[in-house]
Ligand binder design. Structure first.
Ligand code: HEC
Length: 265
């Protein structure tokens, strides 16, 4: 599994690195990482190439994207998300904001910006690589999502309500699985994510590389995958529901130093 994952990454790293001025040094970095067997860093590296690569009808890179701390500021930016953005008058998490930058700075369509690279639905889109790169620059920063704006407070309240709201074919809520200590499904322990002590170490390590399917996954993927497990319709990319849930989980985990991108089962 790991080996085939790597060969896809090799193709990705080489394709993305090719043609850039730093291609040679990126390639050397890449070879070193393969030798050390560190898939998370590979995703960060490919993400950096994508962040800096001019793309879309406007042939622009994402380097001027404002993730909340000013255009182009990445240090600590992920740890301060989700947060309210005045220019769109809404709360956005990392992926929603990056999509916004891809559409406005690069002029790309939602469909094109979120399409799977290398074909099938299990494969990552640019979002996985980009979130690895951006999140990596918050290592050591305490998780501190926005909480002062009324829209930030509303997002938290909505997320908290949704966590306990029973719905869908099975009348499940998030709390049906993540509501009591000691529950498990097959190999997986089910963390009680509305409690800070459980949320802190887990939320502070997303996005993450999943060993079970050798791919990198984003926070939106994690939340959407659990909505699927609840047998509800899967929320659309960047929806208010996912942003609110992410806000609730991140506020619950606040104060924890970011230690991702992590490696998970
Ligand atoms: C039917 C049971 C079920 C329901 C309902 C459910 N989940 Fe999960 N969730 C799981 C399982 C199983 C895992 C662990 C998967 C794994 O180990 O890879 C998980 C893992 C997670 C994680 C990752 C924890 C970590 O290890 O970092 C998050 C976050 C999460 N769920 C959020 C939610 C949210 C939010 C909801 C409600 C929208 C929800 N889940 C509803 C079964 C469920």
């Amino acid at each position: 599994m790991l080996v085939s994952g790597r060969s896809v990454l090799l193709t990705a790293a080489l394709t993305l690195a090719a043609g850039s001025a730093a291609a040679q040094s990126q390639f050397e970095k890449y070879q070193k990482m393969v030798a050390e067997g560190s898939p998370v860093e590979l995703f960060e590296l490919v993400g950096e190439g994508l962040w800096k690569k001019p793309q879309g009808p406007k042939n622009a890179s994402l380097e001027q994207c404002d993730l909340g701390l000013g255009a182009g500021v990445l240090q600590g930016a992920y740890a301060r998300l989700p947060r309210y953005f005045r220019d769109v008058d809404r709360v956005m998490d990392l992926e929603t904001r990056m999509l916004h930058c891809m559409m406005t700075l690069q002029g790309r369509s939602l469909e094109e910006a979120t399409k799977r690279l290398f074909g099938n639905a299990d494969k990552p889109s640019e979002m996985e690589y980009l979130s690895a790169y951006v999140a990596g620059q918050s290592r050591g920063h305490a998780m501190a999502p926005g909480q002062s704006h009324p829209r930030e407070q509303a997002a938290y309240e909505l997320g908290r309500k949704l966590y306990f709201y029973r719905t869908g074919l099975w009348d499940f809520s998030c709390a049906s699985c993540h509501g009591e200590e000691g529950k498990r499904i097959r190999m997986s322990e089910l963390p009680v994510l509305y409690k800070p002590e459980a949320a802190r170490p887990l939320i502070a390590t997303w996005p993450a590389y999943r060993v079970s399917n050798s791919t990198f996954k984003t926070m939106q993927w994690r939340i959407n995958n659990c909505f699927r497990q609840m047998r509800t319709p899967e929320p659309v990319f960047g929806s208010e529901v996912v942003n609110a849930m992410n806000m609730f989980l991140t506020v619950t985990a606040q104060g924890e130093p970011y230690r991702g991108p992590g490696t998970k089962r």
